[in-house]
Design a protein around this ligand. Structure first.
Ligand SMILES: Nc1ncnc2c1ncn2[C@@H]1O[C@H](COP(=O)(O)OP(=O)(O)OP(=O)(O)O)[C@@H](O)[C@H]1O
Ligand SMILES: [Mg+2]
Length: 325
């Protein structure tokens, strides 16, 4: 396994009450895997990756559990050790990544600064040729090296932030809604470019998105997150075509185009539970059409129903459903 999370929990301290944003999340991905994380707004997707990358202020976010990456326990590393690993081994691109670039300096000089932060003795020409090499990978014209960030289009900006994240050949690339703001044509182009890069660079990717079609077209595995809890995990084929969890079913029904036929949009009624006071049983029970007393009283555990296909749902441990599944 390249990355393995075991019982990761994140609790935000919000005033008097604690808010459990990520609740015992455990999963593993192999090198070369692509994992899409889906779930409605507020389900804890960003919190999960921010906790993994130490982007949360420990005064306001309490993190527990284990994060194993390339044979080392990340939670045991000092901040300095972790900083050395970030960007060189794990890189992240956010939707608003480009906001972190300075508007008053040319792209090239910022590229030099970022490069020298990790390779202090690199020469100007070495950095310039590395930049052009990276630009070519995502179809960025060389001239942008001399431009200011505001002179780039949205698509160019996102390509540039992807390129910056790949500067030091990371093993793991995490994208949090990194292509969401783009038009579908540009988004499709960028996704195809990334998939080509992955093959060449032996890159592993975790992709967070609201858009199921992005996951089905660019990822091999899917994790479904709801109210901080994992609902389902498996290959795209398993989770989309043979999904087990009623929440996954609801999410898929909200994207009718996946079936290639017109049908009324059937979202999931109700809203996320109050995470400062989550339900005792299954977190989805208050909205689930199949919920029983057992679901309201007892938290279901992730169970493997087919090789590599996991779900946390009491419905499948009840004998009568198992026979139809
Ligand atoms: N800094 C914070 N302090 C307190 N609560 C927070 C903080 N950041 C996020 N939360 C809460 O944690 C929960 C999970 O938020 P998170 O941003 O991880 O969701 P998400 O799945 O990424 O949503 P979206 O799809 O809208 O980006 C939400 O209830 C949110 O309000
Ligand atoms: Mg988010």
């Amino acid at each position: 396994m390249l990355l393995e999370l075991q019982d990761l929990c994140v609790t935000y301290r919000t005033g008097k009450k604690d808010l459990k944003a990520v609740d015992h999340v455990s999963f593993g991905i192999e090198r070369g895997d692509t994992l899409g994380i889906i779930g409605e707004s507020g389900s804890g997707k960003s919190t999960l990756v921010m906790a993994m990358l130490r982007q949360l202020d420990p005064r306001f976010a309490k993190i527990s559990g284990s994060i194993h990456f390339k044979g080392q326990e990340l939670t045991a590393l000092s901040n300095d050790e972790f900083k050395r690993l970030l960007w060189k081994q794990i890189a992240i691109v956010f939707q608003k990544s480009m906001n972190s670039l300075s508007p008053v300096h040319r792209i090239g000089s910022q590229f030099e600064d970022i490069y020298r932060a990790h390779q202090p003795h690199a020469s100007k020409s070495e950095i310039h040729s590395r930049a052009l090499e990276l630009f070519a990978l995502v179809n960025l014209p060389e001239r942008i090296y001399h431009l200011y960030p505001h002179e780039l289009s949205g698509g160019m900006m996102q390509r540039l932030s992807i390129v910056l994240s790949l500067m030091f050949h990371p093993d793991l690339l995490i994208m949090d809604e990194a292509t969401t703001a783009l038009d579908v044509v540009t988004q499709g182009q960028i996704l195809r470019e990334i998939m080509k890069l992955e093959q060449g660079m032996n890159l592993t990717r975790i992709m967070i998105t609201h858009d199921l079609s992005v996951v089905t077209s660019s990822c091999r595995k899917i994790m479904v997150l709801y109210a901080g809890c994992m609902m389902e995990f498996g290959s795209v084929e398993q989770v989309i075509k043979n999904h087990l969890h009623p929440y996954t079913e609801g999410l898929i029904r909200s994207f009718p185009s996946l079936y290639g036929e017109k049908q009324a949009l059937r979202g999931i009624s109700g809203t996320l539970p109050d995470l400062t006071n989550p339900p005792v049983g299954c977190v989805f029970a208050p909205r689930c059409p199949y919920a029983t007393a057992q679901c309201r009283e007892q938290r279901p555990v992730m169970t493997e129903y087919a090789p590599g296909h996991f779900a946390a749902c009491h419905r499948y441990s009840r004998e009568e459903v198992k026979q139809h599944a």
